[in-house]
Design a protein around this ligand. Sequence first.
Ligand code: 9G3
Length: 568
Amino acid sequence: MKQSLTFIPTMREVPSDAEIRSHQLLLRAGFIRQNTSGVYSYLPLGKKVLDNIEGIIKEEMEAIDAFEVFMPALQQAELWKETERWFSYGPELFRVKDRHGREFALGATHEEVITSLLRDEVKSYKKLPMTLYQIQTKFRDEQRPRFGLLRGREFIMKDAYSFHATEESLDEKYMEMKQAYTNIFTRLGLDFRSVIADGGTIGGTDTHEFMALSEIGEDTIAYSDTSSYAANIEMAEVNANYEKSDEPLKEMEKVATPDQKTIEEVATFLNVEAVDCIKTLIFQVDEKLVAVLCRGDHEINDIKLKNALDATTVEFAYEGDVLQLLSCEVGSIGPVQLPLDLQVIADHSVASVVNGVCGANEDGYHLTNVNPERDFAVDQYADLRFIQEGDLTPDGEGTVKFARGIEVGHIFKLGTTYSEPMQGTFLDENGRSKPYLMGCYGIGVSRIMAAVAEQFNDESGLKWPKNLAPFNIHLVAVNMKDEKQKELADELYKLLKSYRFEVLYDDRAERAGVKFADSDLIGLPIRITIGKKASEGIVEVKFRESGESTEWPKEEITEKLQAFFGAE
Ligand code: 9G3
């Protein structure tokens, strides 16, 4: 492609509303332009990167017998009413009307569409398993679109759906997809982790997210520094083998702690550590109040609490309800002598507290030398707390570390969540009608472009991994008015294209400084510069990744380039 002809509007200045590096660079290097909040156009360089990402995904989907389809973005409301999602999703779901007033959703995802497609066509176990995927624009009216392509209102997703007659078949496909995702993100060059995740509201049991590590990522993952263990912070299970001190149990005492409310204040006042304190929180769990205990240095994870109590909703109890129940303030609550009918659930760590401190259920007082079982009863112990950095990993092998990540993939086992309400059924070998078992598997294609840009850049601009770069080679003639330079550049352009290299030829009548700055900004893996030594048949070569420069005689260029790109 000749740069003088194409459309690569590079910019010097940093757009003010672009907060993160990848957003700034994709705008400045002329890869994308914003149309409106959360809606983007992909310019020629951006489109080529998208194509490269999609090419890798398609190869890995093909390899596990997932077949490409292309489903509509216009989805009739009736389908979303069959699964009740027409009503359960709020303003995030774009809704439109046709000329007859009929309602449609703009596709935020395609479970309903694909299940309705299959239920009319696939009715026998002999046709299962079946895995279909598409690469398609999705619409979600995000409340706060931000960070460029990372959180848009119109974005490109690869979404795959698998249909099975048996759990074993679903498990097998799920593992194949998980491996395919690992291959994809490895080939993309991303620094990523596959993490155990919470299925969120869409149900299903197993679910894994794929996180591209990045300081600006919205998610936090807990991972082991010695094994491949990694989990989303919501789901990370905590290693419950706590050390229990063997010091003798002392007499429980009530002490005045005037105006000391928080754990930190009480611990300081009584000259103890937070680890020796027991925190008591009252939660409203569905319709009833529950006392939840954890160690003073931990935090209750409401998703774990909800799962442990198999509840639908879990939230802090209102102050008024607490006052009515215990006639003391939240900061004075403790587990000793709670109302007998109040359920008490505790995180495993509480069992190992010896001679601890807790609220006395009386404002201005706390209890010391409190011991579980002797001084208070616990109905149920469970893993209820957020994992913390420095914890033992669940496998006990290492230490937990935190990292922030950008979710670039998410795979789910859906079971019959969609096939049940939609009568997506098949006849099994005994002629019995059963709902399909389903899996669904997403990859954020446009989000990946931003995640890669976030991970691969330096102060001069983008640094695309070879597999993703919009072109292989940036061919730059320093001075197109110099006959020798222009001649050699034109000759090389033809030669490299005959060797099937993708070449971006900067043939513009721009100053050398502008060309080099643009080249570093766009970030192709290698730049070949035709300059003063053109008459000697020597070119300058710069590797974008390492920043190193060298000189090659023109005769050696093609074989050295084949070595460089073939080394993949
Ligand atoms: C909606 C809106 C937003 C949504 C959804 C539906 C997320 C929704 C979850 C999924 C699950 C998987 C198939 C590909 C991989 C992800 N946000 N989800 O269902 F109507 Cl507005 O999309 N779907």
